[in-house]
Design a protein around this ligand. Structure first.
Ligand SMILES: Nc1ncnc2c1ncn2[C@@H]1O[C@H](COP(=O)(O)OP(=O)(O)OP(=O)(O)O)[C@@H](O)[C@H]1O
Ligand SMILES: [Mg+2]
Length: 243
């Protein structure tokens, strides 16, 4: 991928796969092309070369209905209330009735009750990010793209919502493709981690994570005996990639 005709190559020969119901994570230095890659996968950006295949069908260059995307910037619509932002998907697909109860439950889970009628600029950064998460979670897309989705949250809330995410994606049988700079987050959430380097962005390592703890609780997963080995392996590769 290059931006423009004579722009530098941002991503070079990046090839990856995600199995159904797998949780995969990309870790890599700032500017190595993670958000670019996600925009390509989501169909928002046409790659210079290459293709994206979902369920054996090429989807390159067109937004896919099966993909939910929590962008790095929350991109809430400022003229709509929080509830109307969260209900955007059902509204576009004329199915608001189906989601009435579910949206109530989501406002509970994400601790945003009382803010249904507020507008995005009346909320803090972390609250806006939670609203963006709710919008992506509501319709349970087959594939969830999450670009630093928990970055703006305080630690206890992040742990709570990440544990909820693991529980939820297993029940809803979703595949998650995730980006984070937080190695602890990568190890506790993922089945597999891809590590990127920059200039140009390339995959330099792939690591299967297999924690013996099968709880969805992030704090319990963090205490798995294998945690440190995975953490150090990712840290060393990331450190090499940024030098
Ligand atoms: N629309 C654009 N036009 C031109 N260059 C762009 C555009 N978007 C991103 N870039 C460039 O592509 C490179 C990769 O950017 P990208 O946002 O994909 O990185 P990232 O890995 O997501 O970084 P971060 O971790 O900081 O979010 C950067 O050098 C950036 O300047
Ligand atoms: Mg980014």
């Amino acid at each position: 991928m290059s931006y423009g005709d004579d722009g530098p190559e941002v991503l070079h020969d990046v090839s990856f796969h995600a199995y159904e119901q797998e949780f995969i994570t990309f870790v890599g230095p700032s500017g190595c092309g993670k958000s670019t890659l996600f925009n390509i996968v989501a169909g928002l950006l046409q790659p210079t070369a290459g293709s994206v295949v979902v369920d054996y069908k090429e989807t390159t260059g067109e937004p896919s209905k099966n993909i939910g995307y929590v962008l790095q910037k929350d991109l809430l619509l400022p003229w709509r209330t929080i509830r109307k932002n969260v209900m955007l998907g059902p509204e576009l697909s004329h199915s608001t009735k189906t989601y009435e109860n579910k949206v109530e439950a989501l406002f509970d889970t994400y601790h945003l009750h009382g803010y249904e009628q507020s507008y995005p600029d009346q909320l803090s950064g972390g609250m806006r990010q939670r609203a963006a998460l709710m919008r992506a979670m509501l319709m349970e897309p087959e594939i969830l793209l999450m670009d630093e989705a928990y970055k703006a949250l305080d630690y206890p809330l992040k742990i709570e919502l990440e544990s909820e995410l693991l529980e939820h994606v297993k029940t809803a049988k979703q595949t998650v493709i995730f980006v984070t700079h937080d190695i602890e987050e990568a190890v506790t959430l993922s089945d597999r981690v891809y590590i990127l380097k920059s200039h140009p962005g390339e995959i330099v390592d792939e690591l299967k994570i297999n924690l013996s703890c099968d709880s969805n609780n992030i704090n319990e997963r963090r205490l798995s005996p294998e945690f440190n080995t995975y953490y150090e392996r990712i840290w060393k590769t990331v450190e090499r990639g940024t030098k």
